[in-house]
Design a protein around this ligand. Sequence first.
Ligand code: ADP
Ligand code: ASP
Ligand code: MG
Length: 423
Amino acid sequence: MPEEFGRGYLYLHFRSMALVVQKFGGTSVADADRIRNVARRIVGTAQAGNGVVAVVSAMGRGTDELVALAREVSDRSHPRELDMLLTAGERVTMALVAMAIQDLGVEATSLTGSQAGILTTGRHGQAEILEIKADRVREGLAEGKVVIVAGFQGVDPSSKDVTTLGRGGSDATAVALAAALSADRCEIYTDVDGVYTADPRLVDVAARIQELSYEEMLELASAGAGVLMPRSVEFGRRFSIPIHVRSSFHDGVGTWVKEETMEQAIVRGIAHDVSAAKVTVYRVPDTPGVAATVFEPLAVAGVNVDMIVQNVSHDGTTDISFTVPEESLDSATAIAKEVAHKIGAGGVTVDTEIAKVTVVGIGMKTESGVAARMFRILADHGINIEMISTSPIRISCVVRGDKVGEAVKALHTGLGLDREADS
Ligand code: ADP
Ligand code: ASP
Ligand code: MG
């Protein structure tokens, strides 16, 4: 039982039926027709004898539009007010979906993240779920209602302020709620048919993956496969919630993300990420402690450093390069400059024209040689590798940003992932 999420399982008393958590992303609720379509799907699931909790995202590109509007009004950051603003996006959808369900003759009630008891840290824009009380969700279910929960948001219990969970956060809301409610399944409805061997918008011969492990999905999601937010996969893994990623436009089977898979693919998929930037502190004195001096203040500032490369030169200095997410670039650069000055380094350069391409497969744990194949394929296409990092089931390379499309396609073909012409 997910103890930190659970608070009494009294509602189980009311639960002779299966409980399904369904999440609908922005494209799936982009306009009135789609909202009615989503309502019909939810009602269908409820009328088949299931309890249903639906988690919804802001309509279409609603969150992007609100972010842009905030920037037009002010170029300063206002974390608390930005969260107040952004949570409104999901709130619009939840009410509309509830109305559409009621119009189909089924009782439905909508709840904000705060009303649903989603308690988070106070870190605006990047809050983490600490606990889900879900009392009102259980009450609604016990009264036979469909409960709609606004995704991507929660409340900090100490300040009572609303928070958001980071972009894509409705996925995390859905899987965490599924864990808190001990749901029988969690379905993520989106604008693609499932998780593909590469982003289907980039690679038209990408194939839908039938099933993959949490571990693989976590690596793909963290490497830029935007179809699931990494934190949602972590919840799935921690609480053993199988996640079914599927299309909101038809009934076909999608992709199951779960503990174990039948086949242990050597290469399951390829992800890419163009959002990272590279910071280099150059001509750093090559003495013990310099790496700690560079990375400690970055850690304190909460900068999520990804890849690190250190090149030693012959004159007793070294260049330290690392990649950071776009949103941390300004603070990382400022910190790096300060540190460079303090330790007598040559200075700091920033490169935003990089991209990362990542190959993932659980079979890499036992099968060697994938890295060599990856490097050869990139070399044959004249693509220079600037940084490399690996885990037991992943290999990532940083390349020039304008080469990433070619790199993904070449690796997809070269590593044998292209979909058969007739499938
Ligand atoms: P939603 O609004 O439903 O949450 P997202 O836009 O967040 O949808 O995620 C779906 C998108 O993820 C797809 O349209 C696709 O372009 C992108 N994507 C990236 N990598 C993959 C992948 N490996 N498999 C499927 N979709 C992917
Ligand atoms: N609406 C939020 C976003 O666009 C959350 C989500 O869609 O998952 O990031
Ligand atoms: Mg999403």
